[in-house]
Design a binder for this molecule. Structure first.
Ligand SMILES: [Zn+2]
Ligand SMILES: [Zn+2]
Length: 113
């Protein structure tokens, strides 16, 4: 992995268009004090804030909802009351993007977000 977080974008796995930049991701979780060798690693990215282009969804008053790419592919979800990461960490509010739904690349189709 030569590319640093700063020059990466997270792209929709279905249409390859950019969803957000790696710099918009929340820092990786500390391993909880209760973590053991069997505690799974984080299987999702978490965002510090919703990208502007999906903010409409979140201001509709819903406490939780889906994050959907322009192509119709669901790439994540948000829950203002929080959600638990696979590693055991609670994230509040949670803007969660499973790593399996997006590709981290230097550039996506069509450039930047
Ligand atoms: Zn897409
Ligand atoms: Zn985690």
């Amino acid at each position: 992995m030569a590319a640093t977080a700063e020059n990466k974008a997270l792209c929709c796995r279905a249409c390859r268009k950019p969803l957000f930049l790696a710099t918009q991701l929340a820092p990786a979780h500390e391993r909880p004090a209760t973590a053991s060798a069997r505690t799974p690693p984080c299987t999702s990215y978490f965002l510090d804030a919703l990208p502007a282009w999906v903010a409409d969804v979140a201001t509709s008053g819903a406490v939780e909802g889906k994050l959907v790419c322009a192509c119709g592919s669901k790439f994540g979800s948000f829950n203002w009351s929080g959600a638990q990461c696979s590693c055991g960490a609670w994230v509040v509010p949670a803007i969660q993007v499973p790593k399996s739904r997006v590709d981290a690349r230097a550039t996506c189709l069509g450039g930047w977000v």
